[in-house]
Design a protein around this ligand. Structure first.
Ligand SMILES: NC(=O)c1ccc[n+]([C@@H]2O[C@H](COP(=O)([O-])OP(=O)(O)OC[C@H]3O[C@@H](n4cnc5c(N)ncnc54)[C@H](O)[C@@H]3O)[C@@H](O)[C@H]2O)c1
Length: 360
């Protein structure tokens, strides 16, 4: 472990793409400018600060990343995440290892990813040797088999925490939940709900409309960006449509129409735009129309949530909690196993978990 920390939280990462880049650059940012800098949902969680998070292992399959130190691999093509000004990412002392490719790189994704001609390492052994407390899954959407391969290595073999940042339904799978309990492993998932992203904003709007008595009749959310993730979503985004849609469906009347869409616009790079459209009726069935637009650095929006999840996961590990950390999953993911339709209630549950008044 090269990065020093008072109370280290050791993380292993599967998928050194744009989200990983923003996440690691953010860690370097707070190491440089102070752990109480802007952009954090919480400066401290259960005594842990962002600067306690230390990468100890990383896996990818792209020839331009495997074999490099993580601090260099995050800037290798095709990554284009926002480059934080005035932040030098120090060497992590972590060499990116060749993971099992499986279905991580679909035929369409070969446009972006150059598959390395190397033998995959033994993921479980690397996790054990690294002393990782948890594995973070940042694989491309649609990597059903590869994601489960990493989940198995973490949960069943290395027996470390597992955070599922992508929309494959692993933490929502009752079989994985039971396996995690039997192996003494905590889980958070599925699919990161970005810090201020489409899902968080759309949910807040729908909750406001519901509280004000507005009957929503139809709504859509259109997202576009020019990063690898969006290119991939166009070709195999079914699981993302599901996690996004189900996060919203619980907040609208059953007869309302809803749609979620993605577009890839290469010149937008990692800058994501989300457009929200809502039709409804208010007093006396009078029509109401609402539109809004968000522009945000897509991958940084992920990093801010990951540093929360990691610290809640560490609290779960410290307390010996096994199985799904329900309150962290409900607040921080798009598709938790036990969704809570009122975000204020979900946040209250998470506060109680942090204070040790709620087991999970
Ligand atoms: N705001 C956000 O950007 C956001 C929010 C929520 C969820 N997510 C999800 O996070 C995931 C990662 O997003 P991203 O933008 O970093 O994607 P990305 O395509 O930039 O990165 C994915 C990385 O995984 C690597 N990879 C592919 N197969 C692999 C394998 N078998 N083993 C190891 N590495 C492999 C690729 O080479 C690439 O480096 C996606 O599933 C995305 O949907 C992103």
């Amino acid at each position: 472990m090269v990065w020093e920390a008072e109370k280290p939280i050791r993380v292993a990462i599967a998928g050194v793409g744009n989200c990983c880049s923003a996440f690691i650059q953010g860690l370097a940012y707070y190491r440089t400018f102070g752990a109480d800098g802007p952009g954090l949902m919480n400066v401290e969680i259960g005594g842990y600060q962002v600067t306690d998070i230390v990468p100890v292992a990383a896996f990818d399959v792209d020839a331009r990343k495997v074999g490099l130190d993580l601090s260099q691999a995050i800037f290798s093509d095709p990554n284009i995440a926002y480059r934080y000004p005035d932040v030098e990412v120090p060497s992590c002392g972590v060499t990116v290892q060749m993971g099992p490719a499986m279905d991580g790189v679909s035929p369409d994704l070969t446009e972006f990813v150059t598959l390395a001609d190397r033998q995959a390492v033994d993921v479980t052994q690397v996790l054990r040797d690294s002393g990782a407390d948890m594995l973070l899954n940042f694989l491309p959407t649609g990597s059903a088999r590869a994601a489960r391969c990493y989940a198995d290595a973490a949960i069943k073999e290395a027996r470390i925490g597992f955070i599922n940042g992508m929309p494959e339904l692993i933490v929502c799978d009752p079989v994985y939940q039971q396996t995690a309990i039997e192996h003494g492993v905590p889980l958070i998932g599925d699919d990161v709900k970005s810090q201020l992203g489409g899902t968080a904003i759309h949910r807040a709007l729908l909750q406001l409309l519901r509280a004000r008595g507005i009957h929503v009749t139809r709504t859509y959310q259109l997202n576009y960006a020019g990063n690898t993730d969006f290119y991939n979503l166009i070709h195999r985004g079914q699981s993302k449509h599901k996690t996004k849609r189900e996060a919203l469906e619980m907040l609208i009347p059953p007869d309302a129409d809803i749609s979620t869409g993605f577009s890839y616009i290469d010149l937008m790079g990692d800058r994501k735009t989300a457009i929200f459209y809502i039709d409804g009726s208010n007093y006396g069935n009078a029509p109401l129309h609402f539109e809004a637009k968000l522009e945000v650095e897509d991958s940084s929006n992920f990093g801010g949530v990951m540093v929360e999840m990691i610290r809640y996961m560490k609290l779960g590990l410290d307390r010996g909690v096994a199985g799904v950390l329900q309150s962290a999953s409900a607040v921080l993911t798009k598709h938790p196993p036990m969704p809570v339709d009122d975000d204020a209630v979900a946040i209250q549950h998470l506060k109680e978990f942090t204070a040790g008044q709620r087991e999970r």
